[in-house]
Ligand binder design. Sequence first.
Ligand code: ASN
Ligand code: ZN
Length: 351
Amino acid sequence: NMLQTVIGIGHSQYNGAVPISTTFTGGSYRMIDATRGTGGAFGAMAITNANHTTSPGAVFSNTTNEWGDGFQYIEGGSTTNANGQTAAVNALWGLMNTYDMLKSTLGWLSLDGLNTATYIAAHVNTAYDNAYYSDTCKCMFIGDGSFFTNLGSIDVIGHEMGHGITAATSNLTYTGESGGLNESASDISGEMVESYARAGGTGATIPNTGNDWGMGKEIDRTGTPLRSMYKPSKDGRSPDAWSVTLKNLDVHYSSGPNNRMFYFLSQGSNAGKGSDFSSAYLVKKPLAMTGIGSDKAYRIWFKANTTKFTASTNYADARAKMIAAAQELYGVGGKEDKAVQRAYAAINVGG
Ligand code: ASN
Ligand code: ZN
């Protein structure tokens, strides 16, 4: 094919200078990454400029292979980051890490496991404080933010891509308990991409500060995460444990208990952030448990969500299927099997 893959330099907003995979064609550089995904709307993974509309727009192009200046896009007037490339760098870098984390840790290719290419449309709407996945285009839209800074942090991109994977597999219905599990699947995805990138991921040297277990810390001007997986109630809205009324909450709050389950499964309940049990939403103090680490926890979660959950899976069904996944991967009665049972018991699901 005529596409020539080249590695450019992107000046990202949150991770400094990063290597980005672009294409040189027809005398210009384009944000098409032909090494990650095939088919889809642009033939390969890509970043487009929605240019303050809700349509994806055209693929970003440039006369050189150095992109962006690392600064927040300011609507109107400012000459800083005037061409808007920094948002595109954030998006491409985040998407490259997401793709690579899924491939190298799970052998999963792109959204559907079949390597169908996805893309991100940057600059959706004007000063838009959100990001979302659309199954219609099998793509993601990232806002520039106003209250927030640019929504293209690595964990947010990993979160939105997580919606694409869930849509292609269990397709958990986006309301009630299944909706909370859908959101939690995306938060788990976001945090796994973030820790992958910090550990060296897709080739940039960024501080390896491990996993912060907080969604959206970078995009908040005060550095406060939108959601805290180790203690969801820190947001003042999410419960730390399951109850019969959990299903009535917005899915971004009913995700909380499953996020905490995942934190316990990975990191344990008796050390670090997970040992803070002071919470109005806590049903009971969890049994002390040792974590099995993120690699195993994520493998179990991913197998359950992509091969066992259905659209109507609720917390009780998720527990049963997580146990089955742990048993298939690591054996019946093994420490992983027991850890899944303890992690769900810790959020008041099963005993
Ligand atoms: N950023 C949100 C999410 O992915 C957008 C939404 O709620 N649709 O959950
Ligand atoms: Zn979401």
